[in-house]
Design a protein around this ligand. Structure first.
Ligand code: ATP
Ligand code: MG
Ligand code: FE
Length: 344
């Protein structure tokens, strides 16, 4: 089926088009520059930007794919989780398209879409797959028997998301928002064992109670204290070393628990998705540890890890192909849609 997907959960207006598991178009308009001076996404600004970008982005996607809107078999849209106003713009646009074209609409979960997108790069998802979802708002270990209808959360962050930690530490170091890519770059010039930052929830007792959970706020505080002590002593802050050591702490815990989850649940395939999956050190360490554990690793290319419309189209196409029921035309935008609720 030819499926058009719309993503507006945060600050990216994404429209993607797939035919089955083949990606035909992936167009993204971002309002990130408008938020940068506030150090975070401003919801009202994001909604307005989605409104302005929606029609041109749909048109660009059709042009890129070389298809006419009338040829689209189904429309998929992120129904949640995300910013309420931002989601509403995408859902309203998708409903308008579905009604106008007389085609079914699939309201899908943004987090499930971060996992499903890998089918356009690496083919059908093994069932089950272990999913490590790491983004600006989430950090989850997911057991995924079927990405179109059955996703189980094994653990999640108990405080900050991994991407949030990257963004906060970047701010401490005077790097621009969003900070993940800047830390990634700075860390390449730094020493990852320069500073021994804490690994949250990995002690013996924590591993009993929070086996597959994550915690990054203690790490962020440790970095803040370390930087402040340096500044107070009048010495320069070694930005690259702090970035590399912080990144190493995050990536160490993420990959350690993900591979452990694969082993304990007898799952042979690990898929990493979400914006933080674009991190070069995460990709490298995950590959090393998966190789050592006999686990196959799948990570979409960086452009498909951060928010985009292709991921929504990809999940929509999987749902069509598996005969899942379409959503009702009055489907709601659900800002706090839980990860196990794949469709609206
Ligand atoms: P969610 O998917 O939870 O709703 P979101 O949509 O804001 O959140 P994504 O676009 O999936 O998140 O990811 C954005 C996050 O990814 C930001 O926190 C950003 O700093 C982080 N990120 C992007 N590239 C990198 C990188 N190379 N290294 C580390 N973090 C990165
Ligand atoms: Mg974004
Ligand atoms: Fe996202």
């Amino acid at each position: 089926p030819l499926v058009l997907g719309i993503e507006t959960s945060c600050d990216e207006t994404g429209v993607g088009i797939v035919r089955g598991q083949t990606l035909l178009a992936d167009t993204v308009a971002s309002s990130v520059d408008e938020h940068a001076r506030f150090g975070g996404v401003v919801p009202e600004v994001a909604s307005r930007a989605h409104l302005e970008a929606m029609v041109p982005t749909i048109e660009r996607a059709c042009a890129q794919a070389g298809v006419r809107l009338q040829e689209v078999d189904a429309v998929a849209v992120t129904a949640g989780p995300g910013l309420a106003g931002a989601l509403l713009v995408g859902v309203a646009a998708a409903k308008a398209l579905a009604v106008g074209l007389g085609r079914p609409i699939y309201g899908v979960n943004h987090l499930a879409a971060h996992v499903a997108v890998d089918v356009v790069e690496h083919g059908p998802l093994p069932e089950p797959t272990m999913g490590l979802l790491v983004s600006g708002g989430h950090s989850n270990l997911l057991l995924v028997p079927d990405v179109t209808c059955d996703i189980r959360s094994l653990g999640a962050t108990i405080d900050d998301a991994a991407g949030e930690a990257f963004d906060k530490v970047a701010r401490l170091l005077g790097l621009p928002f969003p900070g993940g890519p800047h830390i990634d770059r700075a860390a390449r010039e730094g020493n990852q064992v320069a500073i021994d930052f804490p690994r949250g929830l990995t002690s013996g007792r924590d591993m009993d109670r929070h086996r597959f959970d994550y915690s990054f706020s203690g790490l962020k505080t440790a970095v803040a204290r370390w930087v402040k002590a340096r500044e107070d002593s009048g010495e320069p802050v070694p930005v690259a070393d702090v970035a590399a050591s912080f990144q190493e702490a995050v990536v160490d815990v993420l990959t350690r628990k993900a591979v452990l989850a694969c082993r304990e649940h007898g799952v042979d395939d690990l898929l990493i998705g979400g914006g933080v999956a674009a991190n070069s050190r995460l990709r490298a360490m995950a590959q090393e540890r998966c190789d050592a554990a006999g686990v196959r690793l799948r990570v979409p290319r960086p452009g498909l890890c951060t928010d985009n419309g292709a991921m929504v189209a990809a999940l929509g196409a999987e749902m069509v192909q598996k005969g899942r029921e379409a959503s009702r035309l009055d489907l709601p935008a659900d800002s706090s849609q839980p990860v196990w609720q794949v469709s609206a």
